[in-house]
Design a protein around this ligand. Structure first.
Ligand code: MD3
Ligand code: FE
Length: 177
């Protein structure tokens, strides 16, 4: 699967999203499928093209097989978001609610170094719990969890040998529209 993701990155290079306030995110991103998720000073949105102008490569069969095994829905994913973390990258608490049908799950696949995942409730500012996501972990975020606040506080550098230079890849599979 890592080789498949490297081929996706070769076709659709990683980029650094910027928030609407002009701050760079620490996670680099790209995507496969009909849509990618992009963020810049104009806002964030699903988009049918990479910031460089090309269409996204297809979602690798190895990744689709995981969705088919665990998602439990008849729809195929339209977006495989690729989040690439270096040792210092993090992702602040947020909700995923840009998709049209929030009754459909998000499937997450973790590869590489361990990451401290924080998950709370639907309301911002409530209690949270933390768990370590490890290489090979697959999470299905559905039902009440679909609108939970979540984020990545930090990596545990050197915890996996999967990626020769370290770091972490997280794949999220989503139905967009
Ligand atoms: C809980 N990614 O791409 S994956 C994201 O590890 C994102 O890169 C994190 O949050 C990462 O939006 C976390 C686990 C995850 C993914 C989607 C969720 C948890 C979720 C959607 C709803 C609730
Ligand atoms: Fe998210």
């Amino acid at each position: 699967m890592v080789a498949d993701i490297r081929a996706v990155v070769a076709a659709a290079p990683l980029f650094t999203p910027e928030t609407t306030h002009g701050h760079k995110m620490s996670v680099r991103m790209t995507a496969a499928g009909d849509y990618g998720w992009i963020s810049d000073r104009r806002g964030y949105r699903y988009a049918p093209r990479h910031p460089d102008g090309g269409v996204w490569p297809p979602i690798p069969a190895s990744v689709l097989a995981v969705w088919k095994a665990v998602a439990g829905v008849d729809r195929a994913p339209q977006c495989c978001l690729v989040n690439w973390y270096d040792d210092h990258a993090r992702m602040g608490l947020h909700q995923d609610r840009d998709e049209a049908d929030l009754s459909l799950p998000v499937v997450s696949i973790s590869l590489g170094d361990d990451a401290l995942f924080r998950v709370g409730g639907i309301d911002r500012g409530g209690p949270t719990r933390s768990i370590w996501l490890r290489s090979g972990d697959v999470a299905v975020l559905g039902g009440a969890a679909r609108l939970a606040h979540h984020g990545i506080d930090r990596l545990r550098p050197g915890s996996s040998t999967l990626l020769p230079k370290g770091g972490r890849i997280n794949l999220t599979l989503r139905v967009v529209d």
